[in-house]
Design a protein around this ligand. Structure first.
Ligand SMILES: Cc1cc2nc3c(=O)[nH]c(=O)nc-3n(C[C@H](O)[C@H](O)[C@H](O)COP(=O)(O)OP(=O)(O)OC[C@H]3O[C@@H](n4cnc5c(N)ncnc54)[C@H](O)[C@@H]3O)c2cc1C
Length: 503
């Protein structure tokens, strides 16, 4: 028998804590590792985090969750991408769709073939080749069939808009049925041993909780990873200056659209996330360029529908822990770091961290090389997403406020600089296996910001102009015809997965 761990304690019962308990209780089933979650009703959860990316579907599947039940319990709507309003200049919009955009042709990236078609005089838009974008434009939706011969049906992707509080509640109930122990108490003290390992937690009721491994899901506080273990924080505010958000929920005015809306504002951007029963709204801004009062005013003026709660200010610092896994402690969710929610990636990072963790699952030897390999992987994930978010700011053409003028000359990481330079010259994007944002995603933002290389791949000159035009127009026709047969997004929800609260 190997030196297997016997117990795992998750501290915190927000989205991260209960997602961890759900996935681990599924994956570790049969391992005899006891899972305990400690959560504090006195401290509560952050209660935001409602827009996701397609990996939420992998989470649902990996946890053997019934999708329909999950959607009904969390009042979820479907999300096919993000509409970016006013980012290039006020009045201009573009769409970042999930899933594929176009089919590669004879081994060449579709983007290059599309560029050639433009040079040939064709006029299709980039998003005309994206099934998800056309579905979003027409507000149509249906779940993907398990298998399909039709390229359109097997190449769109979707995520969910979820009620954050209900996600934690749903996962908690599921975990309790699956044998996870829940302790409702506040951790008052974290005890370390002389090797910097967490030994135990002292709760406010006097109980001492010991465990072989701890997962810190205590939110921004980072009670174990930072307050106790002091691993340090890599601050990225110099790249992404937004450091506050104001949020408010509103009553639903129109039927929910199948996409998130991110609108550039004077000192940041605001979001609208339509759920089945209400809309989540927020304004992410920088206090160097905007006061809390101005931010509240901007948000309140930009929303439709009656406010359900009072606007709430949430301060944050952009960056990540220097080590997300240290000895017998893993940081997860807001405790591990934070990147503004422009591309809705925080819940995705929770899932990705858990996937890496399961792959590198420790035994009681706590091998340092294993910990280091894990930390390298998750660092790469954070940096990739950081660069992708910065891309939205540094390519904006706006110069109408101090904030946007700052963005015109903002510092950017070398990794991003190289990427943009190569794209501008050759339309080329380097993509490494395991990276979340595909070349299609990068092209969608760059095209949305009207950044197009002056030439296409030299070998595409071998493509006959007429053949290429026919292939592209066939694709566009196929997408439109297939999407036209899909039901309206709202009708689909009503028919198949209406939230329990609305029934
Ligand atoms: C403005 C904003 C918008 C966001 N939007 C999105 C989005 O659209 N999409 C997305 O994917 N993500 C988004 N996020 C991130 C998302 O909210 C979080 O990743 C997610 O909710 C996970 O939070 P958490 O569980 O780490 O922390 P929390 O929800 O803060 O939970 C912390 C838990 O720790 C417990 N706790 C703390 N201290 C103690 C203690 N001493 N003893 C016991 N328990 C303790 C608390 O009780 C609570 O249960 C957003 C975040 C912010 C700030």
């Amino acid at each position: 028998m190997q030196n297997s761990l016997k117990s795992l304690c998750i501290v915190g019962g927000g989205t991260a804590g209960w997602m961890a308990a759900t996935l681990l209780s599924t994956t570790l089933r049969g391992s005899n590792i006891k899972i305990t979650v400690v959560e504090s009703a006195d401290i509560g959860t952050i209660g935001v985090g409602e827009s996701t990316v397609p990996s939420i579907m992998d989470f649902v599947q990996a946890c053997q969750i019934d999708l329909k039940e999950f959607i009904q319990a969390t009042s979820a709507s479907f999300k096919l991408g993000i509409r970016f309003d006013d980012w290039l200049t006020p009045g201009e919009s573009y769409f970042h769709p999930f899933g594929r955009v176009g089919k590669d042709i004879n081994g060449f990236d579709f983007y290059q073939a599309w560029l050639k078609s433009l040079a040939d005089g064709q006029t299709t838009r980039w998003v005309d080749h994206s099934p998800s974008a056309i579905m979003a434009e027409q507000e149509r939706f249906m779940l993907r069939p398990h298998q399909s011969e039709n390229w359109v049906l097997s190449n769109y992707a979707h995520a969910l808009h979820l009620d954050a509080v209900k996600v934690a509640q749903y996962c908690r109930e599921l975990c309790l049925k699956r044998g996870v122990t829940r302790i409702e108490a506040t951790v008052k003290e974290v005890t370390l041993d002389n090797k910097d390992f967490v030994r135990s937690l002292t709760l406010d009721n006097g109980t001492i909780v010991s465990s072989d491994f701890f997962i810190d899901c205590t939110g921004f506080t980072g009670l174990l990873i930072e307050k106790a273990l002091k691993v340090g924080f890599d601050d990225w505010s110099h790249y992404l200056p937004c450091n506050r958000a104001v949020t408010v929920q509103t009553e639903q005015v129109n039927n929910p659209v199948p996409y998130t809306i991110a609108t550039a504002q004077k000192a940041g951007w605001s979001w609208n996330i339509p759920l089945q029963h209400r809309t989540g709204n927020g304004y992410v801004f920088s206090d160097k360029f905007c006061s809390d009062e101005q931010a509240v005013e901007t948000l309140v003026n930009s929303i439709n529908g009656k406010m359900i709660n009072e606007p709430r200010i949430i301060p944050f610092v952009t960056g990540k822990r220097e080590k997300i896994w240290h000895n017998n402690c893993l940081a997860l969710g807001l405790a591990s770091g934070f990147l503004e929610p422009l591309e809705s990636t925080a819940i995705h990072l929770v899932y990705k961290t858990l996937v890496h963790f399961i792959k590198h699952f420790p035994d009681s030897d706590f091998d340092v090389d294993n910990e280091q390999a894990f930390n390298q992987k998750i660092d790469d994930d954070f940096e990739e997403i950081r660069d992708f978010i910065i891309l939205h700011y540094c390519t904006s053409g706006r110069d109408d406020t101090e904030f946007w003028r700052w963005c015109q000359t903002m510092p950017i990481p070398e990794s991003l600089d190289i990427k943009i330079r190569l794209f501008k010259k050759r339309g080329q994007l380097e993509h490494t296996h395991g990276q979340f944002f595909s070349c299609d995603s990068w092209c969608s933002i760059l095209e949305g910001m009207k950044i197009r290389p002056p030439k296409y791949h030299p070998l595409l000159d071998g493509f006959h102009r007429k053949d290429l035009a026919n292939t592209l127009s066939e694709n566009v026709k196929n997408i439109r015809a297939t999407v036209l047969n899909m039901p309206n997004h709202y009708d689909y929800i009503q028919a198949h997965c209406q939230a329990l609260v609305n029934k």
